[in-house]
Design a protein around this ligand. Sequence first.
Ligand SMILES: [Ca+2]
Length: 393
Amino acid sequence: MASTFAVVEPNRLAISPIIDGRLDDEEWDALSSSEDLRTFMQWEPGAFYFASEAPSNRDVVFSLDTDSNGWLVGKGNLEVRLSWVNGGVKSVCRMLDATNPQEPTWISAPWIESTLQVAGTESNGKWIAELKVIPLDMPSASVGRTIGIRADAIDPNEVQGEAIQVRRTTPITLRYDRSKGLPSEMEWAPELMARTAAASEQFRLRMTFRKPGTSELDRISCRTLGLGRAHTVAFEMPFPHFDKKGRAFVDYQTKIAKEAGEGYRVMEARIQGKNGEDVMIQSSYAVTDIVTVEPQLPEGLVMLNDNQIISGTIIVRSHSSKALKGKMIVTAPDDWSINKGQEHKFTLYNARGYAKLPIKLIAPQRAQGLVPLTAEVTIGDHKITKKFFVLIR
Ligand SMILES: [Ca+2]
């Protein structure tokens, strides 16, 4: 694993796939392609997604340097190994702790392993895996982050014990926007009220173009790719003229169909010019429920012999243009108690408003591990359930 890992595109968009072992049309964004391995990679806030296609007699190993500071540096190095065994995907992960550079050590990653979602299928001597990784206890997925990555297809009998072995990862950056083929000096920027849209409501993304130079742009077509395609509009039109300040605007506006599934989708604009210009612009946005529930709880908790008070906030954020009124109920394991914030009523008067709801949990003596909690929000007859975790080491 000392060879270079060549990626198709270092700017990785937020896109949510469906983990069912099938690579659907435009569901995935290609990461790498070689004779015995094709891989795909994308992300959403708090999670990484990977997919692979390899010969049935090969294992696939993904290596992530989540700090992007080198495989043999620091603690944020994660390996996920996938095998096709008895008609299903077996997944094993471990972390490389290189805090002491003289003595890098493999350590288990039980919490990450317990939240892995994986699915696969096999046909014609090849197998496909789809994988969701929640990087608990290490730098997470958020926009602008750079991480090192590589993927290898290896012999299933190959044991990779040597912690000191170098792995050359390739830096990739987590983005919401990317473009290809823009004429030199021309710029574009997205303008959004929010990068989210609730099903049944409107989404609008304005693309601002600057400095046309000598290029003559002719036509523009816009659509949402993959899993969002059936629930959004697509259109083509003449490219607008640049104004006196050298600016042109195109709005991608769509109603999100009621039956649209949740997750990050990508709007793609293609622009053709009279002199062979061929521009591609891609921008991620999330289809959400009418509200999202965002727990903000302290990190770095450690086990105590005594009861432990854990104070935090739960943000209930509206993605709707309408005022919303509802309540939230939080539940914790039976031996925990909720001292404050077990039940909250809230009103979000403004479009896309939010409420910060305080919560105080009391963990029993010697509580440890990945503790599951649930927040249930009720708005009218609509229920939104959010499961989340507190990690106590
Ligand atoms: Ca899929």
